[in-house]
Design a protein around this ligand. Structure first.
Ligand code: TRP
Length: 443
């Protein structure tokens, strides 16, 4: 039945277009802003290893599952879940999985937009030469001034939401495909440049050691949960974002290979960001555990002191904002597609309603850091892993083998068997054990 069906929202023009869009979703503030600061807060190397393991063992199989489910269902996650549940003759409670995702995306975007707004403010600061020749102390003041100004933050949060919704409203395929094409290579080049600067700081090896030399005594139950949650966050998994992108995917594309490629690109960007940032942290005597302000207190020092730093600073923050937009649209796309499919509303109106609601919730983060911390914990550490756990069980155990096999069309039986085993047993068990661990079940 679903085999010939296309999404009413259109399709990607090619495999490459899908890779760009999905990579655009995955690579964002999670890689450049969040990964370094949570690595700093959780003691470095050991945390990084756990995160990498989670990406490989939990993230990739679940990404394959999500894209596969989306392509089979061909609708927003809520309706896809309904179709697939019916097709498999399964319990209607699986419908709630779609809802969990839409709510999670909405909650995440509310703060994501505020942080992306900080990056926008930094484009202006870079442009007006605020970093030029400054030391760590002045750079820190620039950041705390921004934090102390709700007016500025609201202005940029509003601008960012506006920019995001103007990409979402006409449909994600057109403008997005074009933007991401130059964005990803550009971001990569600038990160390499920052790594080159990091090498000149005199603390390069110290930075590398922090990132890659594991000290497991730094690890608590909560750090394991944070590492796992971040694997979901950074790959855009567990809430239907990649599922909805999968629903625009043409039939003849290999889902497994594409997923591995996206996960590798995403991981590479995060590690490069870490390699660029930590040497600066140590060279200038900053705190690795500075929290959400970490990149804003470190990278401007590099731009302020390198040749051509003015231009590179402007470019870097512009690209960071674009990377954030290409991620933000995937956070809200499931909700917009749902409104369009279920109510007699066009994309434009649906985008305006959803954008306004998200904007309003974002004010919570502007006015209260603990509001941000709670939403972040609830979504990244609980909702995404729970959503991912259910997606894994659904794809591995509820959907009929003949359907998943047909959809994935893997070259040989072994590849399929490996995926099926990971997604049915290993990934769910891993998520479950981490949850139990945090609840203190193991003492
Ligand atoms: N992955 C993006 C980042 O790293 C954020 C993001 C986009 C996301 N879509 C998502 C996170 C869906 C979780 C779920 O910045």
């Amino acid at each position: 039945m679903t085999d010939t069906k296309k999404s009413i929202h259109g399709e990607w023009s090619s495999r490459f277009a899908f890779i760009l869009a999905a990579t655009g979703s995955a690579v964002g503030l999670g890689n450049i802003w969040k990964f370094p600061y949570i690595t700093g807060e959780n003691g470095g190397g050991a945390f990084v290893i756990i995160y990498l393991l989670c990406v490989a063992v939990i993230g990739i199989p679940i990404m394959i599952a999500e894209i596969m489910m989306g392509r089979r269902g061909r609708q927003c996650p809520i309706n896809t879940l309904e179709t697939l549940t019916e097709e498999a003759g399964a319990n209607k409670n699986w419908h709630s999985l779609g809802w969990l995702g839409v709510i999670a995306g909405f909650l995440i975007l509310s703060y994501y937009s505020v942080i992306a707004g900080w990056a926008m403010a930094y484009v202006v600061k870079a442009f007006t030469g605020s970093f030029s020749g400054e030391g760590a102390a002045q750079i820190k003041t620039l950041f705390s001034d921004l934090q102390a100004s709700p007016g500025q933050q609201i202005f940029w949060h509003t601008t960012f939401m506006f920019a995001t919704m103007s990409v979402v409203a006409p449909g994600v395929q057109g403008g997005l495909e074009k933007a991401v094409r130059f964005l990803m290579p550009g971001l990569f080049v600038l990160l390499m440049l920052l790594v080159a600067y990091a090498m000149t700081t005199g603390a390069y090896m110290q930075g590398l050691a922090f990132l890659f030399k594991p000290d497991f005594s730094e690890i608590t139950g909560d750090s394991v949960l944070t590492a796992m949650g971040h694997a979901f966050f950074t790959l855009s998994l567990g809430m239907g974002a990649i599922m909805v992108y999968g629903s625009y995917l043409p039939k003849d594309i290999s889902i497994a290979k594409t997923s591995i490629l996206i996960a590798c690109a995403d991981t590479l960007v995060a590690l490069l960001a870490g390699i660029a940032i930590f040497p600066i942290v140590f060279a200038y005597g900053l705190e690795a555990s500075a929290g959400p302000g970490l990149i804003f207190q470190t990278l401007p020092i590099a731009f302020g002191n390198m040749t051509g730093g003015w231009l590179f600073g402007v470019l870097f923050f512009v690209l960071l904002v674009f990377a954030a937009i290409s991620s933000a649209i995937s956070l809200i796309e499931p909700a917009v597609a749902w409104v369009v499919e279920n109510y007699n509303v066009d994309r434009k109106k649906a985008s305006i309603y959803m954008g306004l609601a998200t904007w309003f919730l974002g004010l919570g983060t502007v006015f209260s850091e603990s509001f941000f911390e709670k939403i972040d914990y609830l979504t990244a550490n609980l909702m995404l892993p729970l959503g991912g756990l259910c997606i894994a069980l659904f794809a591995g155990r509820v959907m009929l083998q003949k359907h998943t096999q047909a959809e994935l069309a893997l070259d040989n039986e072994t590849e399929y068997a490996v995926w099926k085993f990971l997604v049915s047993y290993i990934a769910p068990a891993a998520v479950f054990l981490v949850f139990l661990h945090v609840l203190g079940v193991f003492g």
